[in-house]
Design a protein around this ligand. Sequence first.
Ligand code: PLP
Length: 284
Amino acid sequence: MEIAYFNGKYIPKDEVKISPDDRGFLFAEGIYEVVRWYEGFFYDMNGHLARMKRSLKETLIAWPEEDSFPVIARELIRVNHLESSQALIYLEVTRGAAKRTHAFPSPPASPTVYAYARDFIPENEGKESGIGIMLKDDIRWGRCDIKSVALLPNTLCFQEATGKGFFECAFVKNGIITECTHSNIFFVIRGVLFTHPESSDILSGITRKNIIRVARKAGIPVKEEAVAAKKLGRVQEIFITNTSGEVTPVIKIDSQIIGEGIPGPVTRIIRERFNDEICSLKHS
Ligand code: PLP
């Protein structure tokens, strides 16, 4: 039986009852996090915790027990017997349930806090051969730095991409490639790794931040600078990053082949170094 965390209790997932007046349901007033468990440890839990706190702060949602996230996540692994598996923790916090009106509830409602753990079998699709992604106008709101549950533009664009046979959809804002529907994007131009700088136009991915660190450690120069869609002809390699997919090479954007049309050497080094880091964490 799957056990979830719901407002302070660990209960069977099908016993979780969320009010129809919940502002997460009515207004998408909620934030979330996804953390990966690698058969014995969470990857960069501190990074996820810090980002979660920032999302709460920016959305003015108060969860007084926010520091308990790592403990909840660990307990969900234990009660669901996932210690020796790969797993993902999903956590969502909303402003809570109150009579529907745009004004925030006063006095504040208790936040709704829901989390689950699920076992996770990593997808290997495209990891060796590379994937194709499509480009689309960035139709999202102006605060993409907040990990908000308001993901309709992301799901619409992702659905369109997969329907057309692409693996992901990258957004273009004012001619600039920002990020994808649920991943960040990196470009290699003459040996230098480029990725969009942190700003309100992207979610600051935990994988993005760690890949920048891993790349620099491997001696690969990194510039947190945006790349324009019209400059794709100059790009030798592209890859995307996120918690569940780690690093996935991109060999085609729309109908444009990137570089040689196969995953390139910089992407390969970064994937190897990231895997080495995971292995060393497993054995530490
Ligand atoms: N950008 C967006 C819009 C995302 O939704 C995600 C993850 O879901 C990412 C980037 C990658 O973030 P992370 O590496 O923390 O998984």
